[in-house]
Design a protein around this ligand. Structure first.
Ligand code: ZN
Length: 292
């Protein structure tokens, strides 16, 4: 353990298994940068498709043990309440449930650790899991896969190891768009696993194409776009214009909202307006680099 534990809690679960849970203070352990990012498309037939083309299948422990579970449950209901036999049969069911959960959790831990180790940024699509689980056909399959748990684990590990974890909007047309040319071919039914782009002719695997689009949603296409986004988002950055144009101190600029010019300043309202307008045009950023 990295440090002396603050507390220890002993837990006995319904399958009569004992666990010791330690609370330990740790420092963030930053992993070395890998300079690569990954987009992940989660699915039912293939658990995860990565933007590098890799496909990862998940174990389906519930599906594989469904018959056994049903048999145990049938035997359980036949027993007398409060009998020893009933408790023995209850324990059998609980142990099987525990085994199913362990297989799933073990897989999800290994996968999330592997991804966090290899990529600086992990991008997932925000799936409407609770909405999908309402669909009874899908509910069992989705719960068996553990999408929600995967997301929680990946997010926690990213935080611990200093990685970036991003969730993109579920309404992004990640499966409609061609990842090569950006052409939107319209909605595709779930059974369409492969398609050819009508615009550029690229042949796509549905899931790999979606994973690439998921990754590209967060990656700025060009350097100019990245700088532009940064400047528009940060008001302090805008004060750079103030310093250059009017020679005002930084503290004065921080308290003043962009666009409102005090009459005492050397910069006229018209100049400020012009400067602010120019900040929306990419060409103006070439000038900005002169002041760096
Ligand atoms: Zn295309």
């Amino acid at each position: 353990m990295p440090n002396q534990p603050i507390s220890v809690t002993l837990i006995r679960d319904s399958a009569h298994r004992y666990f010791a849970s330690f609370v330990v203070e740790t420092n963030l352990e930053y992993l070395p940068k890998t300079e690569s990012s990954i987009g992940i498309d989660l699915g039912i037939s293939t658990f995860a498709t990565l933007s590098n083309g890799e496909k990862i299948n998940a174990p389906k422990p519930l599906k594989n043990n469904l018959k056994k579970l049903a048999k145990f449950q049938r035997k359980f209901v036949k027993t007398q309440p409060d009998s020893n036999r009933r408790e023995r049969r209850r324990l059998k069911i609980a142990r099987l449930h525990a085994k199913i959960k362990d297989i799933r959790t073990d897989f999800l831990h290994k996968l999330s650790t592997d991804l966090v180790r290899n990529y600086d940024t992990i991008v997932l699509e925000d799936l409407n899991v609770s909405g999908m689980v309402k669909n009874r056909k899908l509910a069992k399959a989705i719960s068996d896969l553990g999408w929600r748990q995967f997301r929680t684990l990946a997010e926690a590990k990213c935080e611990k190891y200093g990685r970036e974890f991003r969730i993109i909007n579920r309404w992004e047309p990640t499966s409609q768009k061609c990842s090569c040319c950006g052409f939107r071919g319209g909605k595709k039914e779930l059974n369409v696993r492969e398609w050819t782009c009508l615009n550029c002719g690229t042949f796509h695997d549905r899931d790999i194409n979606a994973a690439i689009n998921i990754l590209e949603t967060i990656q700025p296409k060009t350097k100019v776009e990245a700088i532009q986004a940064e400047i528009l988002e940060t008001p302090v950055q805008l004060s750079i214009f103030g310093i250059v144009a009017g020679g005002q101190s930084e503290t004065q600029n921080k308290t003043r909202r962009c666009g409102k010019s005090s009459p005492k300043k050397d910069v006229s309202l018209r100049d400020m307006k012009r400067i602010n307008e120019s900040s929306t045009h990419p060409e103006s950023f070439k000038q900005l680099s002169l002041f760096d």
